[in-house]
Write a protein that binds this ligand. Structure first.
Ligand code: SF4
Length: 234
């Protein structure tokens, strides 16, 4: 695993679970508002050291009984070729496991679910299918996104969908399209985009019109609420 970041404790990243967070290096998307820009670069091009997997497992061994879960986020964790075995080792230690994913690799998600190696999956939905070209490489097929949503809804033990709400990726019409794609989902998170962090494209932050007001966020929430059981703005 290419591990570019590690946080020993979090009370907010895994519902009802005290967890540590492992950040994998490398992502196949290019969201300009990405809050983890250092983790997007290909592992070959990383500036700085990787975290040692052995050290992380030593930490997990020591904290058994104190922390309950592990969150694997990124970057995009499903790009890691040894993710399956890494998750297996964590589950063998008795930890609950949450995976954050952009949904690009449905087969990886399916395999983890099938083998009971994840307890919770949080999948980003960036925009409606028509606009995914704004955040993905040219050859990416958006059918993968649809397939990942289907796999989560049909097979995941627990899951949520979430969207970072900024223009031009989100509008009421786009939210309506997203809602139709995940109609019946139990939980949807509308994330406000912070302007106080470094992002992948710094110019993105300097454009006021990219950001929604609180009132506009509520309008977006009202739109998605037509299709999902519960939603949260955060
Ligand atoms: S927001 Fe997520 S999917 Fe987008 S570039 Fe950053 S890590 Fe990748």
């Amino acid at each position: 695993m290419d591990i570019g970041g590690f946080q020993k404790t979090s009370l907010i990243d895994f519902p009802e679970t005290i967890a540590c967070i492992i950040f994998t290096q490398g992502c196949n998307f290019i969201c300009p508002y990405c809050h983890n820009p250092d983790l997007v670069a290909d592992p070959q091009k990383r500036v700085g050291n990787f975290y040692d997997e052995t050290e992380i497992f030593r930490f997990l061994k020591k904290r058994q009984g104190f922390i309950e879960g592990v969150v694997i986020t990124g970057g995009e964790p499903t790009l890691q070729t040894d993710l399956f075995f890494f998750c297996q080792k964590i589950k063998d230690m008795g930890y609950k496991l949450k995976l954050d994913s952009n949904g690009a690799r449905p087969r990886v998600l399916e395999n983890l679910i099938k083998n009971k190696l994840v307890d919770f999956i949080s999948m980003d939905i960036k925009t409606n299918l028509e606009n995914y070209h704004l955040v993905i490489p040219e050859k990416f097929d958006t059918a993968n996104i649809v397939e990942s949503t289907r796999i989560l809804m049909d097979k995941a033990p627990a899951y949520e969908f979430r969207t970072t709400c900024t223009r031009p990726f989100v509008s009421k019409k786009i939210m309506d399209d997203i809602g139709k794609m995940i109609s019946g989902a139990p939980k949807y998170i509308l994330q406000k985009c912070s302007r106080k962090v470094s992002v992948l494209d710094p110019d993105f932050l300097s454009t006021d019109k990219n950001f929604f007001s609180d009132k506009e966020m509520i309008e977006l929430q009202n739109t998605i609420n037509q299709c999902v059981t519960a939603s949260i703005i955060r």
